[in-house]
Design a binder for this molecule. Structure first.
Ligand SMILES: [Zn+2]
Length: 232
């Protein structure tokens, strides 16, 4: 099932129905909270039930990935079928969207194999097996020029069998997209990057704003970790 956060990353409020609630774990019939995955943290925010507001401190998939669990700051008793209101911690999520989209741009600028990535609200990292050295300041200038030039980001859904025909679509060597849903979410940064991705992105790369590259660290003979941070 396609979830609201996969269809519109800018939606910050919605109503949902309780499917299950056990202590601090809450499962809903649909959600706009992004569950931790693909290197992007789970969303935080609030739910309101019967006039009472509760904090959501994390969101993740259940162990068997059959449902999305909202982790509440305190144990709550909610009845299945009950309607509640969801409100996203938008400031934090929007920073994740800016940072996450920025990693797609690094994938465009560096064509070498991607070996890992992690998104944070202030700083993120992408790891590559570099075949040629990368200069920190040069890369930072290229990245900021690219962001300033702007490009739209769109999402499309393809049958997941496309990966059998075009395995090269997956840029991250260590992480294959989850299979079994029958369809694959593809993210296109117009003219720059096209790969399967379940994360949340800004609409136009200009929205990322200025970034800096605090460091490039060596993690192995060829493997380099590029740290990238939002300036504001
Ligand atoms: Zn993405």
């Amino acid at each position: 099932m396609r979830q609201p956060f996969q269809l519109d990353a800018y939606q910050t409020r919605m109503s949902a129905q309780v499917v299950a609630c056990e202590g601090q774990r809450l499962v809903l019939d649909s959600t706009l909270f992004y569950p931790r995955g693909g290197g992007q943290p789970g969303d935080r925010g609030w739910i309101t039930a019967a006039g009472q507001r509760y904090e959501v401190v994390d969101t993740c998939y259940s162990d068997d990935r059959s449902c999305i669990e909202h982790h509440l700051a305190e144990a709550v008793t909610l009845t299945p079928g009950e309607t509640i209101e969801l409100e996203l911690d938008w400031d934090r999520r929007h920073r994740h969207m800016r940072m996450h989209t920025c990693l797609h741009l690094l994938c465009h600028l560096i064509k070498d194999p991607v070996t890992g990535g992690n998104v944070g609200a202030d700083q993120s990292r992408a790891e590559f097996d570099l075949t040629t050295p990368v200069d920190k300041l040069e890369l930072e200038a290229q990245l900021n020029a690219l962001i300033a030039s702007g490009a739209e980001i769109t999402t499309e859904w393809l049958p997941e069998s496309i990966l059998d025909e075009q395995p090269e679509l997956v840029r991250t060597m260590s992480v294959q997209p989850p299979r079994g849903a029958g369809e694959l979410r593809m993210v296109r940064v117009a003219g720059l990057d096209y790969q399967p991705c379940g994360g949340t992105h800004v609409r136009n790369i200009r929205e990322i704003g200025q970034v800096r590259i605090p460091s490039i660290k060596s993690k192995g003979k060829q493997n380099k970790r590029i740290n990238v941070a939002l300036v504001d």
